[in-house]
Design a binder for this molecule. Structure first.
Ligand code: AMP
Length: 280
C-alpha cells in the first residue's frame, strides 16, 4: 500500500494503475462504515485509492473542524488490512493554495435539509470532491447512504459537469444497537451514547407506522418527532420526509420518501435516515 501526500506523486502513480480505479473520499478516523465502501470498491475495481482529508471549507465557523478526531496511523493500518492500493493524504495548502477563489456549487438540491442548517457546507463538499476527482480520475467513486443528501448532490454534480465516473452509494453501517456509525460518535459520553439510539428508534417507529398502512407525510414526521422528544438528552433539529430525488418536502400521501433527521445529543450533532417505499 502506497501512502502519499503530494498531488504530483498521486498523478504519477495514477498513470500506472490498471483500470477500473475505485475511489473512496473520507475525512479519516475510519470505522466499519468507511471500510464497507473500500471493500465494495475492492470487489468492483482493479485498484482502490482512498483519500483522507479533513476538508476545512465544509465546516461552518462554529463547527468542529479543530476538534474533528484524527488518527492517521490507525487509519492506514485499517486500510492496509482491507487491501487498499493507495492512500492519499493531501496537504491543506496544496488543496487550497493562497488566494483560492474557485467554487463548485450545486444549486437547488443543496438548499433544504443539511444545506439549510449548514450554510456553505455543500459548496465545500462539491468543491473538494471535484478537485479530488480531477486528480484521481476514478472510474467509480463510493459514497455512503449515511450522508444521503451528499450522495444525491454528488450524483447531480457528476451529471452536470460530465465527469465519466460511476457513483456507487453503499448502505448505512450501524452499531449492533442501531446507531449509525460515525467518526463523531466518539464525542458522546456514555449516557449520550445510550441516548443516541433514539435516532434509529425514531426512524423505525416511522417505518413500522408506514408498513401498517399510514402513508401520510405529516403523520410520519410526527411519530419521529414524538419518539425523539421523549429522550431528554436529545434535541431534534429537523425531521424531513422528502421526495428522494428532488428533496422537496412531501405533503399528504406518498409512496416513497427519504426520511431524514438531524439531532443534537448533548453538543454532538448526529444525522441518520431511512428510505420508505411502498411495496407492490
Ligand atoms: P466522512 O469521513 O464522514 O466524510 O465519510 C466518508 C464516506 O463514508 C462518506 O461517503 C460517508 O457517507 C461514508 N460513511 C460514513 N459513515 C458511514 C456509515 N455508517 N455507513 C456507510 N457509509 C458511511
Amino acid at each position: 500500500m502506497k501512502i502519499i501526500t503530494n498531488l504530483s506523486e498521486l498523478i504519477e502513480i495514477r498513470k500506472n494503475l490498471s483500470e477500473p480505479v475505485g475511489f473512496v473520499p473520507t475525512m479519516g478516523y475510519l470505522h466499519e462504515g468507511h471500510l464497507s465502501l473500500v471493500r465494495q470498491a475492492k470487489q468492483d475495481c482493479n485498484n482502490v485509492i482512498v483519500s483522507i482529508f479533513v476538508n476545512p471549507t465544509q465546516f461552518g465557523p462554529n463547527e468542529d473542524l479543530n476538534s474533528y478526531p484524527r488518527d492517521l496511523e490507525r487509519d492506514c493500518s485499517l486500510l492496509r488490512e482491507v487491501g487498499t492500493d493507495v492512500v492519499w493524504i493531501p496537504e491543506t495548502n496544496e488543496m487550497y493554495p493562497e488566494n483560492f477563489q474557485t467554487w463548485v456549487i450545486v444549486n437547488n438540491l443543496t438548499k433544504p435539509l443539511e444545506g439549510a442548517r449548514r450554510p456553505d457546507h455543500f459548496r465545500g463538499v462539491t468543491t473538494i470532491v471535484a478537485k479530488l476527482f480531477n486528480a484521481v480520475q476514478p472510474n467509480k467513486a463510493y459514497f455512503g447512504q449515511k450522508d444521503a443528501q451528499q450522495a444525491i448532490v454528488i450524483k447531480r454534480m457528476v451529471k452536470d459537469l460530465n465527469y465519466p465516473i460511476d457513483i456507487v452509494v453503499c448502505p448505512i453501517v450501524r452499531e449492533p444497537d442501531g446507531l449509525a456509525m460515525s467518526s463523531r460518535n466518539t464525542y458522546l459520553s456514555e449516557d449520550e451514547r445510550n441516548a443516541a439510539t433514539v435516532l434509529y428508534r425514531g426512524l423505525n417507529a416511522a417505518k413500522d407506522l408506514f408498513e401498517r398502512g399510514v402513508h401520510d407525510a405529516d403523520k410520519i414526521r410526527t411519530i419521529v418527532r414524538k419518539t425523539i422528544e421523549a429522550e431528554p438528552l436529545a434535541k431534534l433539529q429537523y425531521v424531513s420526509c422528502a421526495d428522494p430525488h428532488t428533496l422537496e418536502e412531501l405533503v399528504g400521501e406518498f409512496s416513497q420518501s427519504l426520511l431524514s433527521i438531524a439531532v443534537f445529543v448533548g453538543k454532538t450533532r448526529l444525522i441518520d435516515n431511512i428510505v420508505l417505499q411502498k411495496k407492490n
